[in-house]
Design a protein around this ligand. Sequence first.
Ligand SMILES: [Zn+2]
Length: 192
Amino acid sequence: MFIIWGWKGRPESIGNGNFFCPACQEETSYDHQQIRTWGTLFFIPVIPMAAGQRYVQCRQCQGTFVEAILNLSDRPSSFLSAPGFQPGDRVLGKRDSYWYPGTMRAPAGKKLKIQFDDGNQMILSKSRVIALDLREGDPAFARRQGGPDYQACTITAVTDGSLQVRFVDGGQEWTKLANVRVVWEEDGEQEE
Ligand SMILES: [Zn+2]
């Protein structure tokens, strides 16, 4: 007889509450989840092992978001609802799957014209625009030394117009907002 050992990640709830879900565009309730790695015997989880990645899941749309989304919920909900934006307001606009710093230029019908700090200009629906309010501790991606590739980092300090970021390998630098983007959604793959 032989024994099949393995491991598998499963989410477990470590809290819950209400937040502003960017996908639902309204206040909903969430579960704060953490992936717990279980040792498995014949594919059945038997031993809880390392506690791993944490994320926030909307109970209404089941969308999953990085923990920092909860920081946004501390921020006034007027900041999150686009009808309140005026030309000149600093915003994060969602272009591909990332949110980039920019400035709201003008309403465009039901949409908003956004001038991004990195030079791109786009017309975005209101659900793709939130207030620019990055804070220490928020996860981000930055172009290291202004280079072409974005690397995962954590924001470690914020001043007007620039951010200090720390990369996964410990390297730390000050960078312009134009070099930074953030992601709030987790991709759906939680199995490890
Ligand atoms: Zn939702």
